[in-house]
Ligand binder design. Structure first.
Ligand code: ADP
Length: 887
């Protein structure tokens, strides 16, 4: 017979399903009092958490560039000297100094621009030689008549259409007005109100905290004048002076630096086309300075903007490109982000069309609809599904109900009150009088409102609150409790790509731990929040990021300390990575639905999460919470060391690209194009194309069928469509820019997570199989992609049938793949293969045209691929690197 507890549990699951549906379809959330009850769960701990299989790891032993695996059959570029440093005449990155008038606006005078004429160079856009005198265009707004007059080389011409963009276009919502749903409030270690978002419901506002340096976000907006470079001002008050000065002397400096680099570039390796030369120039660093752009691993794929730390130097980009680097400031944009973007030449803007990057408040899902194709926002719609305490527990407990405690036993049992009151009561009574619980507000941070309790009378009867089992036996160091801050970065939810940063923070409680009931009210003993413990007079800071001193250590210092104690830190780190992937997957379904409904391009969103993790006495990691705006406030060398390098690596990994000028300024006359010479370094929207052809849709449907055998599934990477190529190129390029981040999904072991996805997703299947096939021989995979990129298949320029998927081509390859690699034989006996394939029965009958369907290894690049892969230019690197395990 069904017990009451089981009935409750079933009810709870059904209601949560409805609730999730409501969230996904954009309906209002159910109020807390109507929320469902938590299922009754068994609390037994399972100590052996699953671990990553690390046997497959290989040491990193080679670094690849796009040249490393360039197919040999491609003709070598004709040797040509394109730059003569002595005369500075043949190639000119900046054909003339950028106009001063109205361009680099002095920091102190940010007034409207009416009456200022703005000038820009239009030679290249009209296909004129760079050596010809420039055409001068000027657009002037008459103060009195509000009319525009436009001149080209001094003569009047037609008025530009709609030069004005309105403030109403601004899409970045003010959290104070529009923000909701998230507990975007971090507290990793230190609270800086300027860098933290408002806690929903806590009644506080960050408006009070805005300081001078943040006023830029609220400065009076200018109308868009014709001078596209006139807006944009220095980013951080600290760096602004130097940056402005740099801007003023930028023309000469950039020329000099690029000339110096040009003289060092191997001239013989340069192509004859100007755009190739410029690409090389801008993506090649020197001994003293890194390049302004990070090249793609592949041909015909644009580079990304390079970011460096305080100690590193960067070669500035030419003005024509740099003027497109604009950032949308928020009052909570952390200083560490401001510094990093300023070093790469970004300037702040408030104009909704101009910015390409933003780091600040979250916004309503619908607000993401306004993002333009070249804009990147540091949040993902629906991320509160894991960033709010109540949502996180609901998602994790749903997974526990579905998949069992063996896989989902890394979070303390939690009840969301008042809806789960009866369930809590029952668990409370079952647990006896000696148990301890911890009570938290459902969406808050910094330890606000948190209490460790042991009496039923301490539980509020109506107030929404979370009650969680207290992990009463933490692992102690020097008798003190501590927790870990782990930085997790998700570059995309579909395909899912998750990275974990190699370093993080260890935060200690300032009083020695005691299990006595009498000590429960002592926050310095039971809570590890910095904002709580800094108030203890015993608090000791730690300035040295390598030292195990004071109440804050780096994660690396902790691992070092533990290793000296003889602890297997790698096992702990593997368990943490396992926990991270499962937690993200628990919110994947809702987040992906919300993202698909509200974001046009996956380029536009990414998110950094701060995971708070506690180690128990058995060194098992437990998740305490996930922050969707982890504090990046850095007030010590230790903070700067961890967060500074993390942010630099994150921004590189994010892959910011230079937008096309006509995209940013569609209404400016004669401003349609970037100079031809920069064509190759500008974002190519075809790489982010979201249009999927009919045959590609068929492929997606085929490989996401419920019942598909492993062999057939693996054939997903046999014939790559242009859409597949874009995803693979993006994934490999991203991976090559990972810095100190370790990719935990996809990985060679990600198949063990497949069953946790509510819906199978094609791109995840593609990446999983790609990694499976090439993680031991990455050079092969990269060479293959490079072959196709050389032919511009990913840009859909080559329209032969070789990359058109049909079910038959899949079936044919499935069999052949296991036995031979010679592609020409694949199509020799189609019928016999068809019969043998287990998936053949379910396939529609399509006649294969002999020789038409090409499998990857039969492509025109296969010869060069074979020659390359038989003797790879560098030994292959592994998907896992040496630093994958804690140092
Ligand atoms: P906040 O978002 O306010 O920081 P947390 O959930 O991170 O809330 O909890 C604050 C601190 O309380 C943690 O850093 C940890 O030290 C302690 N804590 C939270 N939950 C538990 C738990 N279930 N068991 C033991 N300690 C906990």
């Amino acid at each position: 017979m069904t017990t009451q507890a089981e009935v409750d549990e079933i009810k709870a699951i059904l209601t949560r399903g409805l609730e999730n549906l409501a969230i996904q379809t954009g309906q209002k959330h159910l109020p807390l009092r109507k929320q469902t009850k938590k299922p009754m769960l068994n609390h037994d701990q399972i100590s052996s958490a699953s671990r990553f299989n690390t046997d497959a790891r290989l040491p990193i032993s080679g670094k690849y560039t796009r040249d490393t695996f360039k197919p040999a059959r491609r003709p070598l570029p004709r040797p040509q000297v394109y730059y003569d440093a002595s005369t500075s005449s043949s190639i000119c990155i900046e054909p003339r100094a950028p106009p001063r008038v109205g361009h680099a606006r002095p920091h102190s005078s940010r007034g409207p621009h009416y009456g200022h004429s703005s000038k820009f160079d239009t030679r290249a856009m009209r296909g004129r030689s760079l050596l010809e005198p420039p055409i001068k265009a000027a657009v002037k707004k008459n103060k009195d008549s509000a009319q525009y007059s436009v001149t080209l080389n001094g003569s009047k011409c037609k008025k530009p259409n709609n030069l004005k963009s309105t403030k109403s276009e601004a899409i970045v919502a003010d959290a104070g007005e529009e923000g909701e749903e998230w507990s975007d409030i971090d507290e990793d270690d230190d609270f800086d109100p300027r860098e933290s978002e408002r806690t929903p419901g806590d009644g506080s506002s960050f408006d009070n905290y805005i300081e001078e340096e943040d006023v830029m976000d609220t400065l009076e907006d200018d109308d868009v004048a014709a001078d596209d470079a006139s807006d944009g001002y220095s980013i951080a008050s600290v760096s602004s002076r130097t940056h402005s000065a740099k801007e003023r002397e930028s023309d000469d400096t950039v020329k000099e630096e690029l000339a110096a680099i040009a003289s060092r570039i191997d001239r013989a390796s340069l192509g004859s086309r100007a755009d190739t030369r410029v690409y090389k120039l801008l993506t090649t660093g020197s001994e003293e300075a890194q390049p302004g752009l990070t090249p793609s691993l592949f041909s015909n794929v644009p580079p990304t903007i390079n970011f460096v730390t305080e100690d590193e130097k960067l070669t500035p980009l030419p003005w024509e490109l740099r003027k497109l680097l604009k950032w949308r400031m928020s009052p909570i944009t952390p200083q560490i982000v401001k510094g990093c973007i300023a070093r790469s030449g970004f300037r702040a803007t408030k104009k909704s069309n101009e910015w390409i990057g933003y780091w600040g408040k979250h916004m309503k899902a619908s607000g993401f609809k306004g993002l333009r194709d070249y804009q990147k926002m540091n949040h993902i719609p629906g991320s509160f599904q894991i960033g709010r305490k109540d949502r996180l527990w609901r998602n994790l407990s749903r997974m526990q109900v579905h998949f069992g405690k063996k896989d989902f036993n890394f979070f303390p049992q939690t009840y969301v009150l008042p809806s789960d009151m009866k369930l809590l009561k029952r668990a409370w009574e079952d647990g006896g009088t000696k148990q301890k619980w911890i009570m938290k507000p459902p969406a808050s941070a910094r330890g606000i409102g948190i209490k460790v309790i042991h009496k039923w009378s301490q539980i509020p009867k109506r107030r929404p609150v979370i009650v969680q089992r207290y992990l009463a036996k933490p692992f102690l160091i020097n008798g003190s409790k501590f927790d870990l801050r782990v930085y997790v970065y998700v570059t995309s939810f579909d395909p899912l790509r998750i990275y974990v940063f190699e370093d993080g923070l260890t935060r200690f409680a300032t009083m020695k731990y005691s299990s006595s009931m009498k000590s429960l009210s002592n926050k310095f003993m039971h809570l590890t929040n910095y904002s709580i413990n800094k108030n203890n007079s015993d608090f000791t800071p730690n300035e040295d990021h390598t030292a195990c001193e004071g109440h804050k250590w780096t994660l690396k210092a902790l691992w070092g300390y533990m290793k000296r104690m003889g602890i297997d830190t790698k096992a702990i780190w593997d368990n943490i990575k396992d926990l991270v992937v499962k937690t993200i997957i628990s919110g994947e379904s809702s987040i992906t639905s919300m993202t698909k409904a509200n974001v046009r391009h996956r380029y536009s969103v990414h998110e950094l999460f701060g995971f708070d993790i506690l180690l128990d006495e058995n060194l098992k990691p437990w998740i305490l919470e996930v922050n969707i705006s982890p504090s990046l406030h850095s007030n010590s060398p230790l903070d700067i060391s961890v967060k500074g390098s993390m942010i630099k690596d994150l921004l590189n990994l994010a892959g910011f690209q230079i937008p096309e000028k006509r995209e940013v300024y569609p209404n400016l006359i004669n401003n349609g194009n970037n100079s031809d010479q920069y064509k190759n370094v500008i974002m190519d929207k075809r790489c982010w194309n979201t249009h999927v052809e009919k045959h590609e849709r068929a492929k997606h449907a085929f490989y996401t069928q419920k019942y598909i055998d492993d062999q057939c599934r693996a054939s997903v990477v046999d014939l790559l469509t242009p859409d597949d190529l874009c995803i693979l190129i993006e994934t490999e390029d991203e991976f090559s820019r990972r810095g100190g981040f370790q990719r935990v999904f996809p990985s060679p072991v990600s198949s063990k997570f497949s069953r946790f996805f509510e819906t199978p997703r094609y791109y995840n299947v593609l990446l999983e199989e790609w990694v499976n096939r090439y993680h031991r021989t990455p050079a092969r995979g990269l060479a293959l992609l490079e072959g196709y990129c050389g032919e511009k298949i990913h840009l859909r320029c080559n329209t032969d049938n070789a990359h058109i998927w049909t079910p038959i081509s899949t079936v044919l390859v499935v069999k052949e793949q296991r036995t031979l690699s010679a592609p020409s034989k694949v199509l020799q006996s189609p019928t016999s293969n068809l019969k043998k394939s287990s998936s053949a029965h379910s396939l529609p009958k399509i006649k294969g045209k002999k020789g038409k369907h090409r499998v990857i290894s039969s492509s025109s690049s296969s010869a060069s691929l074979n020659s390359l892969t038989s003797r790879p230019p560098h030994p292959p690197f592994s998907y896992y690197t040496d630093n994958d395990s804690p140092s």
